[in-house]
Design a protein around this ligand. Structure first.
Ligand SMILES: [Zn+2]
Length: 449
């Protein structure tokens, strides 16, 4: 019955909207740790959630860094599969280097197909990007129809003006768009997530930007028909000058090349790999050292040439350094099972329920959900569409408590029916006349004589 109502309702919605293709705006506020939502006042974001859905924790992918996780959101792949395995990479075959300021070579991105490319290959659709890692690179010879070259000095207002203009007046229509902002990540690094005073101020500013976004979409008449996802790439852990792991105390810098440093260091040995490994292995109790083939399976971080022969993983809040102190009070990149590394996801629009809260999904689940909303055929990916079904109005899903309720209810009804049948049967059957038990004469005779 519920399924029938949903199908009828979605049919009605589609009929009312005519043949307009669904539209989706994907927004990322970098480094927005999930529990900021509980610990700080964010009235604009809370209003957005009240009219939409919230996923309290998004389990992101290892390593919990910016470029890798932004690419997982738009491809649905683990890092070993999409190839953006760190913010700093080196390819031993081509001898190419990648960094967040040297990221324009398509070589690094072409191991996967991001959703803006797939969207654009559909007839009569285009994509737009007011920044997002990879959107200013020609991936599989395609950039979004409208995009901005990355520059951290461009204001949020300018990014917002561009993206709303493209969503409003483009032909073919922009049906998928991205918007990216550097905060609260930058301040999280600078002050640390436990600096309540500074983080309160920064998060109030971020919340104000969410208010501006909603206001602008309403003003332009985009709010009702546009699906908006607000999410992030990772959280932030508190660091300290007292929690520093100095590699120089354990091994000479001349014996290896450091491709990436902290909190996950990527090590390319210059001398025998086992010698380097043995020295690093005993370096510090708060650092795990793995040969590439021994990296735990749960990280899905092994099968790619860009992952170096040895990786070092610092414990939460610890920083790996080379003979100097660390200035960072906050950092991310740590084990993706840590709650402090998780971002959240909120969404609003015709595709989403209103006022629904969900505990957790994986960051790779966002991609198949976005493909479903846009009516795109997803590329093979590591996400699971059914994890996000409860967020969507056109899907039928049962929560665990709901399922338990249904089972208990069904058992109670069955029990009542059985009791009723027994009572009815007893009443219908005629009463038997009472007859005394007749004892045989020889009943008292001994069995053995
Ligand atoms: Zn980030």
């Amino acid at each position: 019955m519920k399924l029938l109502v949903i199908l009828l309702f979605s049919g009605l919605v589609i009929a009312c909207r005519g043949n307009l293709p669904p539209k989706l705006l994907l927004v990322s506020f970098d480094g927005f740790r999930a529990d900021y939502l509980k610990n700080y006042e964010l009235p604009h974001l809370q209003n957005f959630i009240k009219e939409g859905v919230l996923v309290e924790h998004v389990k992101n992918v290892f390593i919990t860094k910016t470029f890798p996780n932004h690419y997982s959101i738009v491809t649905g792949l683990y890092e070993e599969s999409h190839g953006i395995v760190a913010n700093s990479m080196y390819d031993t075959v081509t001898k190419k280097y990648f960094s967040d300021s040297n990221d324009k070579d398509p070589f690094w991105w072409n191991e996967a197909v991001p959703i803006w490319v797939t969207n654009q290959l559909q007839e009569n659709r285009s994509s737009a990007a007011a920044m997002w890692p990879g959107t200013d690179v020609s991936i599989h010879n395609t950039t979004p129809s409208y995009f901005m070259n990355y520059s951290s000095s461009v204001s949020f207002e300018e990014r917002l003006n561009n993206i709303t203009m493209w969503l409003n007046n483009s032909s073919p229509p922009v049906t998928f768009a991205t918007l990216y902002w550097e905060e609260p990540d930058a301040s999280g690094h600078k002050y640390g997530p436990e600096d309540n005073e500074n983080m309160r101020r920064v998060l109030k500013e971020v919340d104000g930007l969410i208010g501006n976004l909603v206001q602008k979409l309403k003003m332009l008449g985009l709010w009702e028909d546009l699906n908006v996802i607000i999410t992030s790439d990772h959280g932030m852990a508190q660091c300290s000058q007292d929690r520093v792991i100095n590699l120089d105390y354990c091994i000479s810098e001349s014996s290896y090349t450091l491709i990436d440093l902290s909190p996950v260091a990527a090590v390319l040995p210059k001398i025998n790999r086992t010698v380097v490994y043995d020295k690093m292995k005993t370096c510090h109790p708060h650092m795990n050292v793995y040969l590439k083939e021994d990296i735990p399976n749960r990280f899905y971080y092994q099968h790619n040439d860009r992952i170096q022969p040895i990786i070092l993983v610092a414990d939460e809040g610890w920083t790996i350094v080379l003979n100097k102190s660390s200035q960072k009070l906050g950092d991310h990149g740590y084990d993706n099972s840590l709650q402090s590394m998780h971002p959240f996801l909120a969404a609003h629009g015709p595709a989403f329920h209103k006022g629904y809260k969900h505990s957790t999904i994986n960051i790779v689940d966002i991609y198949p959900m976005m493909c479903h909303i846009l009516g795109l055929k997803p590329h093979p990916n590591n996400g699971t569409f059914s994890h996000t079904k409860c967020l969507l109005v056109d899907q039928w899903c049962i929560n665990l408590p709901e399922a338990i309720g249904i089972v208990i209810g069904a058992l109670m009804v069955l029990t009542m029916l059985t009791c009723l049948i027994i009572i009815m049967q007893n009443r219908l059957s005629a009463p038997r006349p009472f007859s005394r038990l007749q004892l045989q004469d020889d009943d008292d005779d001994p069995l053995i004589e």
